[in-house]
Design a protein around this ligand. Structure first.
Ligand code: NAI
Ligand code: A1CAB
Length: 276
């Protein structure tokens, strides 16, 4: 199966659906093969206008043609959305992007075992996403290959062997772009406080993240060595990092990510199969 000729449905047409769909259409998927279900009129209008796909207010028989169903709804409404779509999607390969919702729940709601859970991130919008994938045992090598093709236009993919590891991925790369934006905001604020115009401070902060990321990615050295190379003894970086260590910034940051990981697991409990 080549994805360019594969009918595909999206349940939920928001940020993540748009990122994946946009990538697929850029790579040559025919928009006539795409159905999107979203009860939100503005989302439907935007998807039809931007992508030329077929939009539906509710799930129905039109979904029966789809070989792949991408679940891109919030965890809180996954169960209701799944119950509405399940009668029409029993033959499909299911790909979920929802945080926390376990594949046991998705299997119970859809009546299917062909389920891949994924955790993408929003840089998928510019083709630089990081997506981790977990497949249930019923998923064939060919299905895995199809999922990788579907996500390839959004960036890099990797498989994790244990479903629980997706909670860690969620805390790391799923939520991670928000941490980077948080640091960009803080660095910009500091630049302004120290006398720079906001526009320049923000450009310097964004460019620094971009350059440092590329350096870390392309270098043979680990990030700790690259950090040490910036840090002259008794110099400015040393002053900043000493202040961060005194405030235990790294410890607090690690704790914050544990909170995100715990929340991912809680979402699975709160909104999963056994939730009341
Ligand atoms: N935004 C992010 O950075 C990431 C989000 N995710 C996951 O992706 C999923 C979707 O998140 P976003 O796209 O950011 O949310 P979003 O709010 O942009 O999109 C969700 C869409 O679902 C629609 N919807 C509501 N009820 C529905 C129903 N019954 N049937 C079909 N569609 C319905 C909404 O109208 C909305 O357009 C979530 O489960 C989230 O955990 C995963 C990785 C990163
Ligand atoms: O904040 C969230 O719950 C979702 C999952 C990862 C990024 N956004």
């Amino acid at each position: 199966m080549t994805f360019a000729a594969t009918p595909i449905a999206f349940i939920g047409g928001g940020n993540m659906a748009s990122a994946i769909l946009g990538g697929l259409l850029r790579e040559g998927l025919d928009p006539k093969l795409v159905d999107v279900v979203d009860p939100g009129a503005p989302a439907r209008e935007r998807l039809a206008r931007e992508f030329g796909v077929t939009v539906h207010e509710t799930a129905g028989a039109a979904l029966a043609r789809s070989a792949i169903v991408v679940w891109a709804v919030k965890p809180q409404i996954f169960r209701d959305a799944a119950r509405a779509a399940a009668p029409h999607t029993s033959r499909a390969l299911h790909l979920s992007v929802a945080a926390g919702i376990r594949s046991d729940s998705i299997a119970a709601w859809t009546g299917s075992e062909r389920i891949v859970r994924s955790m993408p991130n929003t840089p998928a919008l510019v083709g630089l996403g990081m997506t981790a994938l977990y497949a249930r045992s019923a998923v064939s090598a060919e299905d895995r290959n199809v999922v990788q093709q579907v996500l390839a236009p959004t960036g890099a993919t990797l498989w994790v062997p244990q479903e629980q590891q997706l909670d860690a991925v969620t805390a790391l790369s799923g939520s991670g772009p928000a941490y980077v934006f948080y640091f960009i905001e803080a660095m910009t604020r500091a630049g302004v406080e120290m006398g720079l115009p906001e526009e320049q401070a923000q450009a310097l902060a964004i460019g620094t993240f971009r350059g440092a990321s590329e350096l870390a990615r392309s270098s043979q050295e680990p990030p700790a060595v690259l950090r040490e190379r910036v840090t002259s003894k008794g110099g400015t970086t040393y002053a900043a990092l000493t202040s961060m260590d005194e405030s235990r910034v790294a410890d607090h940051f690690v704790q914050a990510m544990h909170a995100a990981c715990r929340r991912a697991a809680e979402l699975g409990d709160e909104f999963g199969r056994d939730a009341t």
